[in-house]
Design a protein around this ligand. Structure first.
Ligand code: HPA
Length: 245
């Protein structure tokens, strides 16, 4: 049976309904992961869970130790990674509360530890990253979103910014010209590191605000938190369906 790992983002530091059998404090050659890797049963399936920003939420997107997180999950036995990310909506179809299963990424982040291939290597491996997300996992996410009657898009381009500040309206306009549909701060280097470790990876993104300049209102954390709280019930139901599929 495939062992799924869920990486929970903002709004999903805990997976209610997970009956925890072990909390694994795993040290890695890259340092400590954001939190203990939780092993347990969810929807009747063995699953691993890691809170990307720590538990409680305290690590900013640019300071997450993505290398340690992915390494620790693999160490714990993960065979597949499902990432949950809160995002801003850029394309008109990406309204607040909408879900997106992105098919592509543009990386605008910088200065992050983004590869396992460094130092004295026997050979440098240039991973193929043409299609950053696993097609089979994306199909499963789409089927689960449809079954839960969520509003969602099966495609979208995720633009990953550095944070922790939100973007300017001009930056979002540029990203839109680049083709980005959604914007977040944690999609990279996570997806690329998963590929380096040969772990199939897909993202379930929940739009929690209109991106900068996309609404007349300023972006409020209170509003983002409200949308997150509302959306997390659906996220958990979708994850349960994917695990059972
Ligand atoms: N920009 C970047 N990251 C985000 C946003 C946003 O508007 N909303 C949630 N994560």
């Amino acid at each position: 049976m495939t062992v799924y790992a869920i990486i929970g983002g903002t709004g999903l530091t805990k997976l209610d309904g997970l009956s925890i059998t072990a909390a694994l404090n795993i040290d890695t050659p890259y340092g400590a992961p954001s939190a203990a890797v939780l092993r347990g049963q969810y929807a009747g399936k063995e699953v691993l869970f890691l809170a990307r920003h720590g538990q409680p939420h305290r690590i900013a997107p640019h300071q997450v130790n993505y290398r340690a997180n992915l390494w620790a999950l693999r160490e714990a036995g993960a065979q597949v990674i499902l990432a949950v990310n809160a995002v801003g909506g850029i394309h008109a179809s990406m309204g607040t509360g909408h879900f997106c299963v992105p098919h592509q990424i543009i990386d605008y982040s910088y200065g992050r530890e983004h590869t396992y291939f460094e130092g004295e290597l026997e050979h440098v491996t240039h991973i193929d990253f043409s299609h950053p997300y696993d097609a089979g996992l994306r199909r499963k996410l789409a089927a689960a979103l449809a079954a839960e009657r969520c509003e969602f898009s099966t495609h979208g381009i995720y633009g990953c910014t550095q944070g922790p500040r939100l973007e300017t309206a001009a930056e979002i306009a540029r990203m839109e010209r680049d083709g980005c549909d959604i914007v977040g701060m944690t999609g990279m280097p996570e997806a690329a590191l998963a590929r380096e470790l040969e772990l199939p990876y897909a993202c379930l993104a929940l739009v929690v605000n209109p991106a900068a300049g996309k609404s007349r209102a300023l972006i409020s954390m209170a509003e983002i938190e409200r949308v997150l709280e509302e959306g997390m019930g659906a996220v958990k139901a979708v994850l349960a369906r994917v695990l059972s599929s």
